[in-house]
Design a protein around this ligand. Sequence first.
Ligand code: HC1
Ligand code: SF4
Length: 579
Amino acid sequence: MVTITLNGRPVEAPAGTMLADAAAQAGVDVPTLCYLKGLNCIGSCRVCLVEVEGAGLVASCNTAVQDDMVVRTDTPAVAAARRANLQAVMDGHRAVCAACVRQDTCALRRLAADCNLADPPGPLPEKGAWDEAFPLQRDASKCITCMRCVAVCREVQHCNVWDFTGAGPSMKVVVRDSLPISEAGCTLCGQCVTHCPTGALTARDDTGCVLEAILDPAVMTVVQVAPAVRAAWGEGVGLSHEAATPGRLAASLHALGFDKVFDTDFAADLTIMEEGSEFVEFLGSDRPRPLFTSCCPGWVRFVKLHCPQFAARLSSSKSPHQMMGAVVKNTLADEAAAAGKRLFCVSVMPCVAKKYECDVPELATAPAGGGDVGDVAKAVPDVDAVLTVREFDRLLRTVGVNCADLPEASFDNPLGASTGAGTIFGRTGGVMEAALRSAAFLVTGENPDFSACDTTAATPEVPWMSRELAIGDVVVRIAVASGLENTAKLLAALESGEASFDFVEIMACPGGCVAGGGQPIHFNSEWGARRADVLNRLDAADALRCSHENPDVQKLYADWLDKPLSHTAHAWLHTDQEG
Ligand code: HC1
Ligand code: SF4
């Protein structure tokens, strides 16, 4: 341990700790724009300056504690230098704050207001060309070259999409090798968006077309909300996690004017019936191991773009949000036609990649007007538009829905019931746990001991979690990873033979969808674990905790799909539609 004197008080920190972290641990807030602990310690914004006796002003993000250091964060000299450095950052930034989607969560705007900075002198920097159809959007004129996107994309997500050119004041962040963004290997995980301190990186805004559909009397609008949305949506409208209940979420969606409000948790249960059955069938086959989950579109893009040798091992089951769209377009086709309306399916997701997934041609299977699948020419997307949680919260603010005052409501029926197994899809390990709960039932006819399926314990020394458990007479080896750098390490271990598993769950975002790229942003503060707690609490409190117990899923099989992996189920719910 090293002892320093911080603002006149002794503070202990392990050797090697940066001053910024030692201060934070002691409850002293040192502002920053570029620092990202362990990942981006370049001291480029010079906003985290502190005064060290004998050394003058230093960047606290890349200066380690040393015994007997005397440090002050609160002197007029620190404040003046910080303000001058912030003004320099501000002068290169197109500060059009009134119309910026990040105005409430922009780290630069908050600091600029705290320091009473002047507006930058004109002319404003250029926005720069960008592919406006791509789900990831960039406005170069708002980039402050903090390099956080470069670090997150390369170090956490193994993608290396961003690079920089030039040096000093002429430095610019660019797409690597000057590639069009659609060809740069971006998985659309959105982690660069949630780690950007300003509005330089955002998700494509689709609120306009959704509002248009809601207002069109010839359209029946149907909305679904992903499992992880219930753990985070309240953050953008000022509701605590306790107040932002699933019932209030359903009520808020009704208040926005959607005709039908469904829960993706229902379809997560349906996915488990298909994927769990697929896994049981796979276990009895000699197909190469492992089977990979396929519900995370960031991971699916990663495999296809970066490790195509594993693509054939992805489960053929569509993701819950696509299954929900397919089921809705079949189930409500007659009702919509009788009312002379066109169906328009919207998903509210914690994810940017879902905006891409709903446009993937192989996933568009529902023929207009319902009926049997097969006429590819008539195929329409299962889901017509995807909103991130940030867009959903913005829409609530635009329309002026007072969520806190709404009485709780239910999700619509049919397709309304869900289980705790569906809810935990939203956190890392949840899909695996839900699948194991039902796979064990499918093989033995009995529900397993849930603790035998638990995936929350870390496996020492490797960046993935693994365990073995018995399903009937078979011992299955499972693994769970989140974050694409962790995933790349797991794939390398599988490829070298160092690791071997039967079933693997991957989520592109570290921690799973709770920390997805479409979730509300809290600068330099990780909210994934506390959102996962919300989902775990909902699961524990649910009367039904296994997907095979979902009465509406059982009814859907009885009335239409017949049984998991049936011809109809394959046609509507899988990517290999032959069955
Ligand atoms: Fe996810 Fe999924 S868990 S991928 O993160 O399988 O987005 O929440 O909706 O589809 O259910 C996201 C979450 C989500 C799907 C489910
Ligand atoms: Fe990299 Fe993900 Fe951002 Fe794409 S969305 S650039 S993969 S961090």
